[in-house]
Design a protein around this ligand. Structure first.
Ligand code: LUZ
Ligand code: MOS
Length: 768
């Protein structure tokens, strides 16, 4: 089944927030953000802005009727700054004007009186000063302290990874208007309609029942709208509520770039111990997460870093500690992988460093330590139905890893100014929200009297194809054509208390609820058919809209069945609730069974570096991925391709630079480089691993949203290997992204020096 949205997208017919017809009298909003990253907010000069053309009202914290608070996990984030400012771009005031241009022009006339306070941008500095969002956490397995004595090799080092801008094509925004009875309806570009509803109600000082949030689809989310759509939804709702007018707030790209949080940058220290035959014996790692100025989702992201600290390897002795460090950057947030990629970058760096010090290929270490059934993750969950070995071996054979490496070596021997590198990137990603309670979903299914079907779930369509999947699940379960089924907008009045569409779990959670509701309806209809046709219920079935009795067509079909059921007063509506079974986690022990299952796969990545210019291409990625029993292979392949390229972008070219004042310098697409069509590897081979899937996965098709992003880490190590093919004496610092600037610095580093290659360092002249 094709993605149902595809035709609408290419014709420009799909409706997004900005396409909602605007009601007469709608006001347009623009946000005044703090010009300083930290300080005491002594006052605001609003007079000039108030007098500006078209300006109707300017709202500040004082105008909030309820609580000025939108913190989800920790209540540390005001909707509008009050008393202090904590990051550049922090919303301070909301201008409402007759047009968008007028609102934006008036924002320029606002001045804030701020007494500056010291600015922290470095998580290690924050940690040293005790600026932590939550207490640190440590995951333990075995006892590394005693294991070091048994290690033939112990290596130590540091690995840093940068942030990442989500760059959803549709910027953040909301359209809110008052509804009958003193409520408000909010159309929001959010992955989490319930989060917008809950925090809007809190800000307005009213019940959640007075706030309706509606989402048709998003032009991309990637985690950036899991929590951070709330600010804009609540601001629009606040203005609509106070002014009793429709209010539209859509961020200009530049505001979106500088005001919203991103993937968390991490700085980490590692120590890895190996036996003489390259078994990983002990691993100690300390993560310093740059959380930004408020908690947002940082504690949950931190937790997932710990869950994925060992990637897909078994290490018997582990101690992993993570600090969530408060800095004066915009609050960093969910981003595809949710801390997992940051944790995995460190273990892969440690393995790469070990390989270099020991003079063996990294893949020898990786291969010998892959997870196997019966082992245990550091967080206590048993390794079951593990495909780490199978995906590795399949990739090794299908892509002839040994032959490929020989080709790369031969190329490098032949070429003086171009060098190639190969890296293998195996992944293991846990599927479920790590917060157990969030693993629940509901579906509301109506069968109309003409046999057509309307479905509501908590799933938000953001380009990932979840609507197509839900329709497929319903059509299969009911035995009818997909063309009869429509997926409704996601709306908090039809499906309540939803978890955000996140954690790769949306199709599983909501799909299971759809499946349950449709099964119940099908059973009910067939019981009615049995009675109506005086037949045995056992053996009745619906297939291709035909009712079958013991496999042969009966006297009725779907349309007739539905119609007669209605006249017999049989309910044609069902509401189902699904909660993933067998999940638990005890945070006091840091042990449990947090994941429904794991997704595995192995990518082989080749890069070619131009050793004169420092530029590079990721030429080929060939990967074997565990989809389980995919029922939408086109959509799932698209998720792999998109995730991979997004991961490559994070690892290679996307460089967020904040200056010491906490100002984002790479604040436009001229200075923040993202992958484009030409960044896609010329060879991109996605092989489906033949596996049975998992019963907790929807129709046994495993979750596919986040795992492929982590194949992108292979790009980093392939480029690094190419650099070292040119300069074997250089050990570039583990510092992602590996931009051409850093590559060039490493290529021409003075002999015998480990190239630290910080972002701002300039390369020596290429003449050497
Ligand atoms: N969001 C969340 C997520 O709230 N919890 C998670 O575990 C998670 N994992 C991945 C992406 N988003
Ligand atoms: Mo996400 S990082 O699954 O919103």
């Amino acid at each position: 089944m094709h993605n149902l949205d595809a035709a609408g997208h290419v014709r420009g017919e799909s409706q997004y927030l900005d396409d909602i017809p605007v009601q007469r009298g709608t006001l347009h909003a623009a946000v005044f953000g703090s010009p300083l990253a930290h300080g005491v907010l002594d006052g605001l000069s609003l007079q000039a802005a108030r007098r500006a053309p078209g300006v109707v009202r300017i709202l500040t914290a004082e105008d909030i009727p309820g609580e000025n608070q939108i913190g989800g996990i920790v209540p540390d984030e005001p909707l509008l700054a009050e008393g202090h400012v904590h990051f550049q771009g922090q919303p301070v005031a909301l201008v409402l004007a007759e047009t968008e241009a007028q609102a934006r022009a008036a924002v320029q006339l606002i001045e804030a009186d701020i007494t500056p306070l010291p600015v922290i941008t470095d998580p290690r500095v924050a940690q040293a000063q005790g600026e932590l969002i939550v207490p640190p956490r440590t995951f333990r397995l075995g006892d590394p302290a005693t294991a070091w004595a048994d290690c033939a090799h112990v290596i130590e080092g540091t690995a840093d990874s940068g942030g990442q801008e989500h760059l959803y094509i549709e910027t953040q925004g909301a359209y809110a208007y008052p509804t009958d009875g003193g409520g408000v309806r909010v159309h929001s570009s959010t992955q989490g309609p319930t989060a917008v509803q809950r925090h809007t109600a809190r800000v307005l000082g009213t019940g959640m029942h007075k706030v309706e949030v509606d989402v048709v689809r998003l032009g991309g989310g990637f985690g950036g709208k899991e929590d951070q759509a709330t600010t804009w939804g609540a601001l629009a709702a606040l203005a609509a509520y106070v002014l009793k007018k429709p209010v539209k707030l859509v961020l200009p790209r530049h505001d979106d770039l500088r005001m919203t949080g991103k993937r968390h940058p991490y700085s980490s220290d590692f120590k890895l111990g190996l036996s003489a035959d390259l078994q990983l014996l002990a691993y100690e790692v300390t993560f310093y997460q740059n959380a930004g100025a408020a908690a947002d989702l940082s504690p949950a992201v931190l937790e997932r870093t710990l869950f994925h600290a060992c990637n897909t390897y078994f290490i018997p002795n582990v101690r992993a500690t993570a600090y969530s460090c408060r800095t004066n950057l915009p609050p960093n947030t969910a981003f595809r992988g949710f801390g997992g990629p940051q944790g995995m970058f460190v273990i892969e760096s440690a393995i790469a460093q070990a390989a270099e010090q020991l003079g063996v290929p990294a893949y020898e270490i990786q291969r010998r330590n892959l997870l196997q059934d019966g082992q245990v993750f550091p967080y206590g969950q048993r390794v079951e139905a593990c495909n780490a070995g199978l995906s590795w071996q399949t990739a090794e054979q299908k892509f002839d890893l040994a032959g490929w490496q020989a080709e790369v070596d031969a190329f490098n021997a032949r070429n003086a100014t171009k060098k190639r590198g190969l890296a293998v990137m195996p992944i293991c990603f846990g599927i479920s929200f790590t917060k157990t309670a969030m693993n629940q979903a509901r579906a509301l299914v109506h069968i109309y009297t003409d046999g057509s079907v309307g479905i509501s779930t908590g799933a938000v369509e953001m380009g990932q194809g979840v609507n197509t999947k839900m329709i497929q699940v319903a059509a299969r379960t009911l035995g009818i054509n997909a063309s009869r089924v429509r997926l409704e907008a996601t709306n908090t009045t039809r499906v309540a208390n939803t978890s955000p569409s996140a954690a790769s779990a949306t199709a599983d959670l909501n799909g299971k609820a759809v499946e349950m509701a449709c099964r119940e309806l099908r059973t009910r209809l067939l019981r009615h058919a049995a009675e109506d046709l005086q037949m045995n219920y056992e053996g009745l079935d619906i297939h291709d809209e035909q009712v079958l009795a013991a496999g042969t067509p009966a006297e009725t079909n779907w349309e007739k069945l539905v119609s007669t059921a209605y006249w017999k007063r049989v309910s044609l509506t069902e509401n189902a609730h699904y909660a993933t079974p067998d999940l638990w986690f005890d945070a006091s022990q840091e042990k449990g069974h947090p994941f429904a299952y794991h997704v595995y796969g192995t990518a082989v990545v080749q890069a070619t570096v131009d050793a004169v210019r420092g530029t590079y291409d990721v030429d080929a990625v060939r990967l074997v991925h565990d989809f389980g029993q995919s029922f939408t292979p086109g959509i799932d392949r698209g998720q792999i391709e998109g995730g991979l390229v997004q991961g490559l972008g994070w690892m290679t070219m996307e460089e967020l630079i904040y200056n010491a004042d906490g100002r984002l310098l790479s604040n436009a697409l001229s200075t923040y480089k993202v992958p484009d069509l030409y960044s896609v590897p010329a060879v991109l081979d996605v092989e489906f691993l033949e596996t049975p899937g998992h019963p907790n996965a929807i129709l046994r098709a495993k979750a596919v949203g986040e795992p492929p992003l982590m194949y992108g880490l292979g790009g980093y190590f392939a480029i690094r290997n190419a650099v070292r093919a040119f300069r074997p004496d250089v050990r570039p610092a583990f510092s992602a992204p590996i931009t051409p600037e850093k590559v060039l610095t490493s290529l021409y580093a003075p002999a015998g020096v480990s190239a630290a290659a910080p972002a701002a360092q300039h390369a020596p002249t290429a003449a050497s």
